[in-house]
Design a protein. Structure first.
Lengths: 443, 443
């Protein structure tokens, strides 16, 4: 068993492909990289003797089945909704499957079939979801193993820009799917505090951010990330009185993003009239009643901000008050915002992105209360070798090696919360600089 | 042609049924009232010699087709999504159809078939939509006919409680589908002001209300009603620089409803955990971070209100801070709110509801500018004979008579914007007290 098929050769695939190719040489594996763009796949292989590229339109059933049938392990880096196509072929041809995406209900339904065929289907094997699960489970299990009673679990993660590459007033650049950044948080966040359920609707999610200290890095803002309550069962902490998963941003980001939400700019549900003809300035005016004063002044007034406040400076820097044409026919507010941000928040070739992940756990042991803070910071190295791509791709590559080496006994559809997975993956990730530093204090 | 089938015998059907029965006696019509609840249909017929009741589950194809095939005109008072079933049968059996609901895209697609068979399919023939279209078109056409150039059209309507029956701090009771009241305004309102498109997202819709004067009634609050821009084409005022449709509420309502929106209580998209076990007091606490002070104090603080402000008094009157169990398993916030409001905003047997409709038009004629205000106020007479039921039902009844009398030449799928419809319907409505009073001033 040594034939690996990696489907998807986009930017986020590079670290996973490189890891597999490096091991391929030492261990005699063969790695096929398939993509709808064969040039992109070729570029990733870069003439490696153990690699080859393939041209694959994944919706073409016969091509897909043919390719999958000729490999032993499939790594799918496709958009999440396409994994299921691949998964069903993996059942048919009895192949293992690894993805970095959230496991859908439909995917979980393949669990029995996968288990019956002794197949390993591992999802959520990237950064977030992925490293967050593994590092949290290691920490939680260590505390439980010594008899600790866990009172609070709070987990924070953010894909950010390193301070040395931070050159804009938002202190943010895109290192991941821009569309997901624009739409982040829509719905109602749910978490638990002092044994009580808490709900935060989107309209006040960014306003109600709080601040955390990241050792050696300083202060970051955090806003609640979707439904934290789901993780009570996944992490085996059903009765825990405090649980929160949150997203990190640089100080000042959340208030300014809240302004975009309040104006209505993150709404993807209806098109703006004449968006191919009007300017950003006219677009902003469309959210304000007609009246005296400039659009910027009326906007500041509506937002309850001084006209030169930090929030208003961020909006101005985006160009929202410029008399420049939008030039996007039939676009929704969210799409216009995404296009504008793409011009403003793009990584430069030499920019370093930065991932921060931090778990904060409170537990009681033999009548004493402890706080543990476990944090990991990783910086990228330019727009190609981002920390984001590394931390999404390396866990999948390492897990492929564990499968080939016969180290994984858990079959069926799973996420990486079991010791036989998280221990070796986290141990090897340390060699790549993924190091969680722990600080524990008695309180 | 004298056999009328009225499908639906709920409260909103009574005025339409009574109108048809009264005319049936004089004109030798026969009226069948069909409902899933045969007792309800019987009650509406009340032993009238020209009426009979029928028991109909409208989803039972054969029963439905059988009943429709034996009548000449069908009035559908079903929930909006069920009209299409009836409409297709009306095509098959060549029957006319009248409804008070918004005409869906699917319904409009039946237009050619209906026209080819010389059938009259009239939708939006109630109050709003219905009387609003007819009274607006009459007024707009009168101004156009004398050469006026229309500069602004603003139309307001509200289903309210008459001042003499107003005995709660919200100055509101349910006279219409409570679920629609709770969910009203979700999405983004669109209108036009001084030639410019305006967008108001739900999160600030109720905050950004304005106040209008209703002659003889005083001040009412108005919030923008969905997409006003759609009505430019319908009313033939494509180039108009100002157009707005808005919903009326009593003074003080909008700020308090905005508080419910901001807390998150109108969200119907997710269930509240343990909603069968917790109290309203605990539910409110779930929207606030834990902290010092009572739930009411923290809520006031979050909303930026004094703890005894009018908004807070309205929330308190609803019982949102009471330690009373909600007792609704798996309920969404919107559903819990609806159930609570149903206990608080119910019409008493002797309560009078009140409909207000007001159009405000600005136009230019021979170099002079004019403002017209056309307003209609109607009060109901107890919980059965509501102004709402009358104004929804009478236009349909009158229109049925016009069809039978051969007065309608427009076939196909339509809404009542043509003179041959609005003139006779509005004229007859005047006999029932539906009187628009006009005030015109030169400005």
């Amino acid at each position: 068993m040594k034939n690996i098929l990696i489907i998807g050769a986009g930017r986020s695939a590079s670290a996973c492909i490189n890891y597999c190719l490096k091991n391929a040489k030492e261990r005699g594996w063969f790695v096929t990289v398939a993509d709808a763009d064969p040039k992109q796949a070729e570029k990733r292989i870069n003439n490696h003797p153990n690699g080859r590229s393939a041209w694959l339109d994944v919706t073409k059933k016969n091509d897909r089945k043919d390719l999958i049938s000729r490999h032993d392990i499939v790594v799918s880096l496709l958009p999440a909704h396409l994994h299921l196509l691949v998964a069903k072929d993996c059942i048919q041809f009895q192949k293992h499957l690894v993805t970095a995406s959230y496991v859908s209900k439909e995917m979980y339904r393949l669990g029995d079939e996968a288990r019956d065929a002794s197949l390993i289907f591992m999802g959520e094997m990237g950064l977030d979801p992925g490293i967050d699960h593994m590092s949290a489970m290691r920490l939680l299990n260590q505390i439980r193993d010594k008899g600790g009673n866990i009172k609070a679990f709070r987990s924070y993660a953010g894909g950010l820009i390193a301070p040395e590459s931070d050159d804009n007033p938002w202190h943010y650049k895109f290192t991941w799917n821009p569309r997901n950044v624009v739409l982040a948080g829509q719905g109602t966040a749910q978490y638990m505090e002092e044994g009580k359920y808490k709900y935060t609707p989107y309209s006040r999610l960014f306003k109600e951010h709080h601040t955390i200290d990241v050792p050696e890095m300083g202060k970051y803002e955090a806003y609640a990330n979707r439904d934290s309550l789901l993780y009570r069962e996944i992490y085996g902490v059903e009765g825990i009185p405090n649980i929160l998963r949150a997203t990190l941003r640089a100080p000042g980001f959340c208030d300014a993003w809240n302004a975009l939400v309040q104006i209505g700019l993150t709404d993807g549900s209806y098109p703006i009239h004449d968006a191919d003809k009007i300017t950003y300035h006219e677009w902003m005016n469309a959210y304000l009643p007609e009246g005296n004063g400039s659009v910027k002044e009326r906007m500041a007034n509506f937002l309850g901000e001084d006209v030169d406040s930090e929030v208003m400076q961020k909006l101005e820097w985006l160009g929202l008050f410029k008399k420049v044409k939008i030039n996007l026919a039939q676009a929704t507010p969210a799409l216009i915002l995404e296009h504008l941000l793409l011009q403003k928040w793009t990584l430069k070739p030499e920019d370093k992105d930065m991932i921060i992940m931090q778990h904060e756990i409170e537990y009681e042991l033999k009548g004493k209360n402890y706080n543990v803070v476990s944090s990991m910071v990783m910086k990228g190295n330019g727009e190609e070798d981002t920390a984001m791509a590394r931390l999404v791709g390396l866990p999948m590559g390492i897990f492929v090696k564990l499968i080939i080496d016969g180290k994984i006994t858990t079959t069926g559809v799973n996420i990486p919360v079991m010791k036989e997975v998280y221990d070796p993956v986290l141990d090897e990730l340390e060699k790549y600089g993924v190091i969680f530093k722990e600080q524990e204090v008695e309180v």
